[in-house]
Design a protein around this ligand. Structure first.
Ligand SMILES: Cc1ncc(COP(=O)(O)O)c(C=O)c1O
Length: 459
């Protein structure tokens, strides 16, 4: 199939893209990608780029996994669509549910499939409101989240994580949202503060936030095990045990958002397992289908489900659903992802290449623009600053400028796509990356850094 898109005289008043400058889109042709192979993508002029971020941390099996294409095609030919609702479903959804339940760190879970990660988090909040109201705790509606983490783009999820600037500019209703600090250690530490002191302070902040709002008004805290969006700060080992203790003290549930960290990024299926977390509910998306088709999952524990069942008993049904939830083609692709994980031992592969990944990240530390790095599973953040300037603070933002923007642009020129955040850029390549490809990625990143350095005025 050849789709010709007019390149000359670009002028496109109708094109609207997410996280983009709308004014720039009208007059400047965006980067257009037309092909993918393995960890590489190719633009419309045939130039190759290593996608060091797996697109949005999602294309876990690379851009040309034939088996996923075949699985989608086969399902499309057999039955391309049938909504899973009204006591009706399809075999692929039943199989995916069974296999995911067996892999879930939450015992005897119930699983609901939505289309996107944003929906998964949004619905989890909605389901909690429902269950709590029938379990005699209708006031437990508030959710605690950490500033500058990311849980989605719907109205409800925009109120979780994110920044006040973003919430204000969209006028997001924040009534149910309580926000605490993100564990961005060491950058967010106070002068002279130890790691233990830092996590004590954050646990104390959490407890004070709970007491100020009233524990009986709070249903859950939501947290990513490690938030890429917040700058990829692996939390200190004592962080989750301390906050879990506080949450348990006040009967507040822990929702773990594994939309990015699930499906192998840590070297285990779930970061929850790798980090010993004890979630009541989890969300998953992205890697669940290698991102070839949109699908996300909400995994809920027995107590959460008991509450949903109370509502069901009172009302006679569960009044929630949508056309594309648990889409049959997405489910078939997700089942094939699980087959590939098993047959090719993708988790073993990730653990096998992690030392080479870490060496590559460390090898960049001698570059004059690099002031630090962070490593977590098959992901990494490189902190950058202009020569003579100090490290950026802990704040992370999706809108960036300065040196990281320059590194991003230079990366494009050198054939590598990185994700710029405030003060750093992050990478989380497809899980299938090989050691030789990690070396090539490191070479291209260094070339991008050199390019930025060469353009710096003499100081
Ligand atoms: C941790 C986390 N949760 C939820 C979401 C929202 O997922 P989606 O973009 O599929 O709606 C994202 C997206 O990046 C995410 O990183």
């Amino acid at each position: 199939m050849n789709i010709e898109i007019k390149k000359s005289n670009y002028n496109n008043d109708a094109l609207m893209l997410g996280f983009s400058d709308l004014k720039r889109l009208k007059t400047e042709r965006p980067l257009v990608f037309s092909k993918g192979k393995g960890i590489f993508i190719y633009d419309e002029n045939g130039r190759d780029y290593i996608e060091s971020v797996s697109c949005f941390y999602c294309v876990s099996l690379g851009f040309s996994e034939e088996r996923l294409v075949e699985a989608a095609y086969k399902q499309m030919k057999e039955l391309p669509m049938y909504s899973s609702a009204i006591h009706r479903t399809v075999p692929a959804v039943m199989e995916l549910t069974e296999r995911l339940a067996a892999l879930s760190p939450i015992k005897n879970p119930r699983i609901y499939f939505s289309t996107t990660g944003s929906e998964a988090v949004d619905y989890l909040v909605k389901f909690m409101w429902y269950g709590n109201s029938f379990a005699g705790e209708p006031n437990r509606r508030k959710i605690i989240s950490r500033k500058s983490s990311y849980h989605g783009s719907t109205i409800a999820t925009s109120a979780l994580g994110g920044s006040q600037d973003l919430q204000d500019s969209f006028g997001i209703p924040m009534g149910f949202s309580l926000q605490v600090s993100h564990p961005s250690w060491p950058n967010a530490g106070l002068p002279g503060e130890t790691e233990e002191g830092f996590t004590d302070r954050l646990a104390e902040e959490l407890e004070q936030t709970i007491l100020a709002a009233g524990p009986e008004t709070i249903g859950a805290m939501i947290a990513e095990p490690m938030s890429v969006s917040a700058g990829m700060f692996p939390p200190p080992a004592s962080y989750f045990p301390k906050i879990t203790k506080v949450l348990k003290k006040y009967g507040i549930q822990l929702f773990v958002d594994e939309v990015v960290t699930g499906f192998g990024r840590s070297g285990r299926m779930w970061a929850t397992e790798a980090m010993g977390l004890e979630p009541n509910c989890m969300t998953t998306a992205k890697g669940i289908s290698g991102a070839y088709m949109p699908i996300a999952g909400i995994i809920m524990d027995e107590e959460f489900n008991r509450r949903l069942d109370l509502g069901n008993e009172a009302k006679g049904w569960f009044a929630h659903g949508a056309t594309h939830h648990a889409h049959v083609v997405s489910a078939a692709v997700a089942v094939e992802v699980l087959n590939i994980f098993e047959e090719r031992d993708i988790l073993g592969h990730v653990r096998g290449v992690m030392p080479a990944w870490n060496r590559m990240l460390d090898s960049l530390m001698d570059h004059p623009l690099v002031v630090g790095n962070r490593k977590w599973g098959l992901a990494g953040a490189i902190e950058v600053a202009y020569p003579g300037e100090g490290r950026a603070g802990p704040a992370a933002s999706l809108k960036v400028g300065g040196v990281v923007k320059e590194v991003y642009e230079a990366g494009l020129a050198e054939g590598v796509i990185v994700r710029p955040l405030a003060g750093c850029f992050v990478m989380a390549p497809p899980l299938i990356i090989t050691e030789a490809e990690i070396t090539e990625l490191g070479r291209r990143v260094r070339a991008a850094l050199d390019r930025v350095l060469a353009n710096q005025p003499a100081r």
